[in-house]
Design a protein around this ligand. Structure first.
Ligand code: MCN
Ligand code: CUN
Length: 788
């Protein structure tokens, strides 16, 4: 993309430094825990040691005797106001605090309110709860067997643990592709439970001002407006109306999807503040965050892929069990209980496909949030890229050549996938070719063949993923009925400086910089003169928030549209000032000049001043605009990643020697920020590929509930990422941009998994589930007789 603005203006394409960083790197950010209010109380939470148990008694006497402890809040207390249950984003129900039984280990059992954080913790430890253990259901397959204990006894008519069945696609046509196929492959794939590990845990400060009847909540949320509406809907009956609720998301230390849901802690803090009239702070500790907040993935997939003998792919069939824990609290668009999993035909031109997913209850914390992933696209990409690789190897074809043969071709865009998505634009072959050139693909293949002769284990793995971001068009996308538009409101001040407010909320992505750059591009006002604000529901226009890489596709588009409204008005003011007809003016970023007389012009700053001092009679004063943007389609960024791995035969350790990532997110606003997004995303993709997993033992004890055994990669484990890009603009986005915040996390794990299988294929290995740990590979090698 050619640059249209100077570095001083800093429009699109300039790697200007992040405006928020001077604050962050000096430790001067304001996070929730930095909020201190006079008379503030502290909340700590008693949690269950059992995965499934009746609560017989809760004895608070000893806790109340702890100096500083003011109250212990139980489910019984909340039940008086009918606040002991709350709705989830998927219209299921979730306990705020239990009355009868607990459903997973680390579930909230009671809240302890005290005058200091320490007193709250001591009080928490002194609450005595007597439990009666109940049979625990951990395995979703067993949960569906007849005779399995029914978990949701709160639901009157529920006789099993099945939540929903969902299917999509043409079953008959898909079955036909399999009946007529020359080759088919079938594979069970488990995508394990993982958890985001943001630097900042979740928390809030709730302050109910009894004088003004107004509730203000500073909270770690990615979606402040939606949360305000949910609070109003849930607590309307106790007098909390929406105009009396103000949600403020201050600086956030990483969201990654984990800060989309409403957690019981927030609600208990709000209830405590409403009851006491005092501000109440609740901040999770690291283990609470890891053990009790919503989880991601946990998909048990069986996939089948069909092709002709010549290697032309034809059909895809998938059956999946989705482990949702004890409640379906997934953060998906309402219409799609399995998120956007049905983008699983990926980058390939398939004739037909059919997907089935069944949601299941187990005694685990709620699952189904998207860990840096647009609603299950990671699961979809992992499945199709694993299957395509399997098919290529099965046919004895080169994995890159096989992909090239089956890609949706550039001339097919806009392309309607077998499962009904309309991909906006793409050039998959170009991205893969670039990655192959960069990594030296042919040379690596030769090296691999030689090493194999010597008994060394080396693998090359490809992932040519298609992402789907920017939810979404109101026709299909809503959350609890709220359409997934987003917004931007711009006010230009008389001196030509501006403030712009958005319905999204940055958690580290750099919105203060990149939104200002969009406006600089559209208006020619330097990015440094534009203040960007998000996250305060009293001031920002309504929007659905930041997740699923939707900020650029949706709110970024709103910014462009609002700026164009301003430009329209500015043209009229300029015409008035220049005594010319509006249509005789030419715009270039920052000024209007008279056609044919480029020296006769007015700058946007002149125009802004005139909007308040000398506007045309009959025109309203001021220079501001708002846009609520309903995207006509999603955006489909894509990329090709190539991982080169060496496997240590003695230890089973996988070493990533090279990793080349070619990404395409259309036109780029800030190349440095995009590069940072991809670097971070790749490391977050490495994490589940090799390290991160949460499992449970047979009685529901969490394994991996602390950083001792939940392995988050550090700089030491992280290879040198080699990044590159292609640029295929989105045809429908006003700036030609696509989202990019999650691409790398979506695309990376399966490149590594494919590389490992490639290294072991000649030994008869067809698949390895992630995380690919040394013991897993060591055992495989032992079974194949490679080591002793
Ligand atoms: N960008 C750009 N040009 C493009 C696309 C994006 O310059 N063509 C810039 C954007 O302007 C923005 C950043 O890249 O500054 C990410 O933009 P986008 O892809 O629109 O994603 P969002 O801003 O909506 O961010 C959400 C995405 C998600 S869903 C997760 S999860 C994630 C991610 O961003 N969480 C993050 N990246 C994160 N980065 C940080 N530091 N912290 C998180 O919690
Ligand atoms: Cu999908 S994790 Mo991000 O959508 O906040």
């Amino acid at each position: 993309m050619a640059l249209r603005t100077s570095p001083e203006v800093g429009g699109m394409g300039h790697s200007i430094k992040r405006k928020e960083d001077p604050r962050f790197i000096r430790g001067k950010g304001t996070y929730v825990d930095d909020v201190e209010l006079p008379g503030m109380l502290y909340l700590d939470i008693v949690r269950s040691p059992h995965a499934h148990a009746k609560i017989k008694t809760i004895d608070i006497a000893k806790a109340m005797a702890v100096p500083g402890v003011l109250a212990v809040i139980t489910g019984q207390d909340l039940a008086k106001y009918n606040l002991h249950w709350m709705p989830t984003l998927m219209s299921d129900t979730q306990m705020v605090l239990p009355v009868e039984k607990v459903m997973y280990q680390a579930q909230e059992v009671a809240g302890v309110l005290a005058t200091s954080r320490y007193a709250a913790a001591d009080g928490m430890a002194a609450v005595e709860v007597e439990y009666e253990p109940l049979p625990v259901v951990v395995d979703p397959k067993k949960a569906l067997l007849p005779g399995a204990p029914v978990l949701r006894t709160d639901k009157k008519d529920k006789k099993d643990n099945h939540i929903w069945h969902w299917e999509w696609g043409d079953k008959a046509a898909t079955d036909r592709t399999f009946a007529e196929a020359g080759v088919t492959v079938k594979q069970d794939i488990y995508i394990p439970r993982i958890h985001v590990s943001s630097i900042e845990t979740c928390g809030c400060v709730a302050h109910f001002d009894k004088v003004n009847d107004k509730l203000t909540v500073w909270m770690t949320t990615q979606a402040p407006h939606a949360i305000r509406t949910v609070f109003a809907l849930v607590a309307g009956h106790v007098g909390l109306a929406e105009h009396k609720i103000r949600i403020i998301s201050p600086d956030i230390g990483g969201g990654f999807g984990g800060k989309v849901p409403v957690y019981p802690g927030y609600v208990i803090a709000v209830a405590a503040s409403v009851l006491t009239g005092k501000p109440v702070k609740w901040i999770e500790d690291r283990m609470e965050n890891l053990q009790a907040d919503s989880f991601a993935r946990d998909y048990h997939i069986t996939a089948e892929l069909a092709a002709k003998k010549d290697g032309t792919l034809t059909g895809l069939r998938i059956k999946t069990l989705a482990d949702h824990g004890y409640t379906d609290a997934a953060a998906n668009p309402s219409k799609f209980p399995a998120g956007l999993f049905h983008v699983c035909t990926g980058s390939y031109d398939l004739k037909a496909a059919h997907v089935e997913v069944d949601g299941v209850y187990t005694n685990k914390p709620p699952g189904g949030i998207a860990y840096r992933c647009s609603f299950r696209v990671t699961e979809a990409v992992h499945t199709i890229e694993r299957m395509v690789d399997l098919m290529a190897h099965q046919l004895g074809m080169d994995a890159a050549e096989f992909r090239m043969k089956n890609f949706v071709k550039p001339e097919q865009f806009p392309y309607r996938s077998a499962l009904g998505w309309e991909y906006d634009s793409g050039n998959y072959g170009a991205a893969l070719q670039k990655a192959m050139d960069r990594v030296g693909y042919a040379e690596l293949k030769r090296e691999q063949a030689e090493k194999r002769k010597r008994g060394e284990l080396m693998g090359i793995g490809i992932s040519s993923f298609t992402e789907i971001v920017g939810a979404g068009p109101s026709k299909h996308f809503d959350i609890l009925g709220l359409k997934m538009f987003d917004s931007c409101e711009i006010r230009i001040h008389p001196t030509g400086k501006a403030i712009a407010r958005f319905g999204t909320k940055s958690q580290g992505q750099g919105h203060e910089t990149t939104y200002a750059q969009i406006l600089a591009e559209e208006l020619g006002i330097p990015a440094k003169d534009i203040q960007v604000e998000e996250g305060d529901t009293d001031t920002a226009p309504y929007g659905l928030g930041t997740y699923a890489s939707r900020s650029t596709p949706v709110a970024g588009a709103a910014a462009a549209m609002a700026a164009r409204k301003i430009q329209d008005k500015a043209r009229k003011i300029a015409a008035h000032l220049l005594e010319a007809a509006p249509e005789d003016l030419v715009w270039e970023p920052g000024k209007f000049s008279v056609k044919g007389a480029p020296d006769t012009f007015k700058t946007i700053q002149d125009i802004a001043f005139a909007a308040y001092t000398n506007h045309p009679q009959g025109m309203e004063a001021g220079l501001e605009a708002v846009s609520y943007y309903d995207p006509p389609n999603l955006t489909y960024p894509f990329g090709s990643y190539i991982a080169v791995v060496d496997i240590d035969k003695g230890t089973g350790e996988v070493k990533i020697r090279r990793f080349v990532a070619v990404d395409d997110c259309g036109n780029i606003i800030n190349p440095m920020i995009v590069e940072g997004q991809i670097h971070g995303g790749l490391t977050m993709g490495l994490a589940p590929a090799l390290y991160e997993e949460i499992t449970y033992d047979e009685i529901g004890n969490i394994q991996g509930g602390s950083f001792i055994d939940y392995l988050v990669p550090t700089a030491v484990e992280t290879p040198n990422w080699e990044t590159d890009k292609t640029c295929t603009p989105s045809p429908h986005h006003p700036l030609g941009a696509k989202g990019v915040g999650e691409s790398a996390t979506v695309g990376a794990p399966v490149a590594i998994a494919n590389a490992v299988v490639d290294a072991l294929w000649h030994l008869g290995v067809r698949h390895v589930d992630i995380p690919i740990t040394p013991p897993k590979i060591w055992r495989l090698l032992r079974d194949k007789g490679v080591n002793e």
